[in-house]
Design a protein around this ligand. Structure first.
Ligand code: HPA
Length: 241
């Protein structure tokens, strides 16, 4: 049964879905890590693919889907809700980029988002009278951490999911640094809320693509690719947790 934003049938998606923001990246990832991939939806150009995991290791040959989420919390909430509610999806791993906040992380590092503060009101109404805690699925986060095997460029901790890319309230950045926020992106808090609502699992594995409080060298395209592969292997481990 198609939903308003996904033109697919029950069974077209694997229980595990990787979600980059960009549907073109979903297509490239499907070429890279799936065997027998087929496109299962492309409503509004938001392509989704299903195949079997082509990589080495214990998860080789397992069904896996990859679909774009679009940018921002309302967009990922639409796709995550429909995937969890109507297509039998059990785990979503967001694989995206984030801006570094903590001086402890650098461009190119990977952040496993254990929880996501937010400037959004999307989780405010979930538990009346309560400030909802948007937290990752612990089994998925620990699978990603385990796969990282203590690598010095992988961090786990709180991030912030912001509604604005280009705007911050004065003092906000300093307070984030003071509270140990590792990075900022625009989707995880709502993904975690939607997963809580459906009793399913979610995690965000983020590559630091720029830094808001620290000057540093940009990545070369070769570095970018290697780093992305690293993040992807952690995301795959979490998807099959
Ligand atoms: N802000 C919000 N989202 C982001 C950023 C940023 O600086 N970098 C990558 N995603």
């Amino acid at each position: 049964m198609a939903t308003p934003h996904i033109d697919a049938e029950l069974g077209d998606f694997a229980p595990a879905v990787l979600m980059p923001g960009d549907p073109k990246r979903a297509e490239r990832m499907a070429e890279l890590i799936l065997d027998s991939a087929r496109m299962v939806t492309d409503v509004r150009g938001m392509m989704g693919f299903t195949g079997v995991y082509a990589g080495e290791g214990p998860h080789h040959g397992k069904p896996l889907s990859i679909m774009g989420s679009g940018m921002g919390m309302p967009s990922i909430a639409i796709y995550a809700t429909e995937l969890f509610r109507f297509f039998g999806v059990e785990r979503i791993v967001r694989v995206g980029t984030a801006g570094g906040i903590s001086p402890a992380v650098s461009v190119g590092d990977v952040v496993i988002a254990s929880g996501a503060h937010t400037t959004s009101s999307m989780n405010e109404l979930r538990i009346p009278g309560t400030h909802f805690s948007a937290v990752a699925d612990l089994a998925m986060a620990s699978a990603a951490l385990h796969a990282a095997a203590g690598a010095a460029d992988v961090f786990a901790g709180p991030i912030i999911s912001a509604d604005h890319f280009y705007f911050a309230v004065p003092g906000q950045l300093d307070a984030m640094v003071a509270h140990g926020v590792l990075a900022v992106e625009m989707e995880a808090a709502s993904l975690y809320g939607v997963a809580a609502e459906h009793g399913t699992g979610a995690l965000a594995v983020l590559t630091v693509s720029d830094h808001l409080t620290k000057q540093g060298a940009d990545m070369t395209s070769a570095e970018r690719e290697t780093r992305f592969q690293g993040a992807l292997s952690l995301a795959v481990a979490a998807a099959f947790a």
